[in-house]
Design a binder for this molecule. Structure first.
Ligand SMILES: NC(=O)N[C@@H](CC(=O)O)C(=O)O
Ligand SMILES: [Zn+2]
Ligand SMILES: [Zn+2]
Length: 345
């Protein structure tokens, strides 16, 4: 296949950051994504509706044409109150709240220390119809970093799902066969996003023959059998899996450092990288539902109505892109990508 036309996609998990970085992240995300679920892990985090609406306004100001719609998320803390959930829902702009276990990932220090602390909030979310998005990793330092997702699912997520059967839950950026199996056997209230980098890479790409910091993200890339399980999930065509890039820019010098930040940048070529992943398992016919149908269907939002066309033609990715005052090194920097979006779309 040399060309494929799909309904305009959305990104159900992205980091746009704030301040001087917004013009660059918004430029990339709004090239062809209709909507994006914008993660709230700013400094300070987006903890209430007023902050979410302020952030929404700044994103809107940063987009040249105004055709892109940010979908806002509240950052849950031990102190989030149930009434804030109803306020958020009533705003019409906030679609979800995010559970970051405290200390699990970038800017998660104010996250939740014990999921029991937010049980009244989860009850309110279930009642109001606000989705729960989850960074699914335990934070216990004695637990091996490669096991943190699987143990979170066993110890915490299965209990939450059992205790709130009507709550819609998205397990974000899944990285393991355990997560694929969990989501597949769960009710239709449970879904997952999968990133392009977890589909295209495994931990060998990050660690064999030299350490490559731009592949360092959380949850960390796993062994190739887990990558194969993720590819199996997208090739299955299940409606429970959809596009969430987790594109998470950090300045070049913060990644290429003795203690580098977690996060990989893919918004410069998101759908193009997903097309490669789907093609690798001969499943390009499943790309449209994954990128453009399953997300809005799960969130209860309308699907986009216009389309974009991808053509098979190599292009070279720059070594870096401008980001705020300096730059970000994207995934595939200095290498080629096999698909491109036809210009003008
Ligand atoms: N994925 C990452 O490695 N980093 C994300 C946070 C997150 O999504 O966990 C970030 O904000 O940089
Ligand atoms: Zn995360
Ligand atoms: Zn993320």
């Amino acid at each position: 296949m040399t060309s494929i036309t799909i309904t305009r996609p959305d990104d159900w998990h992205v980091h746009l950051r704030d301040g001087s970085q917004l013009k660059d992240t918004v430029r990339d995300i709004s090239r062809y994504m209709g909507r994006a679920v914008v993660m709230p892990n700013l400094v300070p985090p987006v903890m209430d509706t007023a902050a979410a609406l302020g952030y929404y306004g700044r994103i809107q100001q940063a987009q040249p044409q105004g055709q892109f719609e940010p979908l806002m998320v509240l950052y849950l803390t031990d102190n989030t109150r149930a009434e804030e959930i109803f306020k958020a829902k009533a705003s019409g702009k906030v679609v979800a709240a995010k559970l970051y276990p405290a200390g699990a990932t970038t800017n998660s220090d104010s996250g939740v220390t014990d999921v029991k602390n937010i049980y009244p909030v989860l009850a309110a979310m279930q009642e109001a119809g606000l989705l729960l998005l989850v960074h699914g990793e335990v934070t216990d330092s004695s637990i091996d970093i490669f096991d943190r997702e699987q143990i979170f699912i066993d110890k915490i997520l299965s209990q939450v799902v059992a205790d709130f059967p009507e709550l819609k839950v998205v397990l974000e950026h899944i990285t393991t066969k355990d997560a694929v199996d969990f989501v597949n056997q769960a009710s239709d209230k449970v879904a997952a996003t999968i990133t392009a980098h977890h589909l295209l890479y495994n931990r060998n790409h990050m660690l064999a023959g030299g350490i490559r910091p731009h592949f360092y993200c959380l949850p960390i890339l796993k062994r190739n059998t887990h990558q194969e399980a993720l590819l199996g999930a997208i090739a299955s065509g299940s409606k429970k899996f959809f596009l969430g890039t987790d594109s998470a820019p950090h300045y070049k010098d913060k990644k290429e450092a003795a203690c580098g930040c977690a996060g990989s940048y893919t918004a410069h070529a998101a759908i193009e990288l997903y097309a490669e992943a789907f093609e690798s398992v001969d499943a390009l016919d499943k790309l449209e539902a994954f990128a453009s149908f399953n997300g809005p269907d799960f969130y209860g939002l309308p699907r986009n109505t216009d389309s974009i066309t991808l053509v098979k033609a190599d292009w070279s990715v720059p070594e870096s892109y401008p980001l705020g005052d300096t730059c970000v090194v994207p995934i595939r920097a200095g290498e080629t990508i096999a698909w491109q979006v036809k210009s003008g779309e």
